[in-house]
Design a binder for this molecule. Sequence first.
Ligand code: PAF
Length: 287
Amino acid sequence: MSLVVARTIAQARALVAEARRQGRSIEFVPTMGALHEGHGSLMDLARRPQGFLVVSIFVNPIQFDRADDYERYPRTLEADVEFCRRRGVDLVFAPSIEEMYPQPQRAFVEVTGLTEHLCGRFRPGHFRGVATVVTKLFGIVQPDRAYFGEKDAQQLAVVRRMVRDLNMPVEIVACPTVREADGLAMSSRNGRLSPAERSAASAIYRALQAAAAQVRAGARDPAVVRRAGLALLQAEPLLRPEYFDIVDPEEIQPVLMIESEVLIACAAWAGTTRLIDSLRATPPLNA
Ligand code: PAF
């Protein structure tokens, strides 16, 4: 079957229902478009022999804490549909704002605790917007499996917890971060970087690696690990670090002592573009 683009919820539901009648599983990759190889790798993992692959493309206004960021977010629907066609997607669901939010949204989904630190601290309302739109999309697509990138580690933890706590019948599949040759995590926002900012941005991955190396070498004090990473970020004049933290990977709470696997996560501004990335690291057994 060739790719179909559905602009309405009714059309998307009808196509998904038909696929189910044919005995196909529903595999779902939610996106905000401006697709790149990172999304491509999610689609590759989501493509299954008896699967019906759905990709949503929707720039969700309620997860943006800054109006300028929402307005400047890249919108490249035509190229995205072509990208999906090449990747063997069956259905692109690309609703309008009016279709998704026909009236002021009064019901929201909030995941507490996990959203207090990292991005949640600096982007008020962001994860409430993500959890709410993902719940709406799950209600529309009713997938068997949904695929999320590990790059957005806090988002992944929030969605996993939401699904578990609310007994949603969907399996969340975590997909490894895809990186450029110099280590920069692929992101729809990378295209907004000037050449100088783009080159500076590779320090983010180097900083995470330096911090992860400390953990793997047995450093137990998160302050020591943090300093090792931050030093590399701060040495880069075109980057303004927002946070660089060592947290528990499931609860997203700062750790007092590194005794098991941790998530090292950071956000930094390059000009007017905010970049995030993270790595997991496990201390040696004898630390
Ligand atoms: O990661 C994203 O692109 C978005 O946060 C998501 C999950 C599609 C919700 O709008």
